[in-house]
Write a protein that binds this ligand. Structure first.
Ligand code: TIU
Length: 225
């Protein structure tokens, strides 16, 4: 059984056949100019450092036969699954559903909703469209994981303190062992990323574990040796 020795707050053991990678919202709308993240006033270039580690995590999952789930934050074209409280919040340059340079902001079918090409889902991988920040709310994710006997999640994606942390907390409450992959996640706010990593692993791993992707690669290499 692979053991991620460098995981914090203590080593993380997992059974590959019962472990899924959950890659959260690595969409053009968050990582590229002109999308939802930019309309909120964020510097979207801050998310770029997570792309290569996320690609390494996906490659590891593919090489070892892990279940791979990609999520996308997006809404139906009629916005029936977008509460006004979400659409009307604040004063963004463009609101959810408005026409932007990559099509309608966070609306299914728009170019901006697609996962960035470097992390594109491969055949057989699962893509879950989610209307909220957490990947369990209003989706079939719990049933998808249960049907595959999944008990542990390796989580990456963006942004660390919004959709990633919300998903990790939802998963933790549902009984999954969750590890947040430190360099495969990013935030528009470095302090918020650091705080999230610290708070999930505090108190003996109150929400779960954290570890860099290299330590997961090392765990597989050692298990194979
Ligand atoms: N704004 C922000 O940091 N994130 C989101 O709105 N969604 C996700 O985190 N995917």
């Amino acid at each position: 059984m692979p053991v991620i020795e460098k995981a914090e707050p203590f080593p993380f053991s997992f059974v590959p056949a019962r472990t899924a990678i959950v890659m959260i919202d690595m969409q053009r709308d968050f990582l590229e100019p002109g999308g939802f993240g930019a309309t909120l006033g964020n510097d979207v270039s801050r998310l770029a450092p997570a792309v290569d580690p996320a690609a390494r995590l996906l490659a590891l999952g593919r090489a070892n036969g892990l279940v791979i789930v990609h999520t996308r934050e997006c809404h139906a074209p009629d916005l029936s699954d977008c509460p006004p409280a979400k659409r009307d919040r604040g004063a963004p340059a463009l609101r959810i559903g408005d026409e932007g340079p990559m099509g309608r902001i966070l609306v299914r079918g728009a170019a901006g909703v697609e996962i960035i090409p470097a992390l594109a889902p491969q055949p057989g991988e699962i893509v879950v469209d989610k209307p909220g920040k957490g990947a369990f709310y209003g989706t079939g994710l719990a049933d998808i994981l249960a049907a595959r006997g999944i008990t542990a999640l390796l989580i990456g994606g963006v942004t660390t303190e919004v959709c990633v942390q919300t998903t990790m907390r939802e998963a933790n409450d549902r009984g999954y062992e969750c590890l947040l992959v430190e360099d495969a996640t990013e935030s528009y706010f470095p302090d918020f990323k650091a705080a999230t990593l610290a708070m999930v692993r505090a108190q003996g791993g109150i929400v779960g574990w954290t570890a860099p992707v290299a330590s997961i690669e090392a765990a597989f290499a050692k298990a194979d040796a």
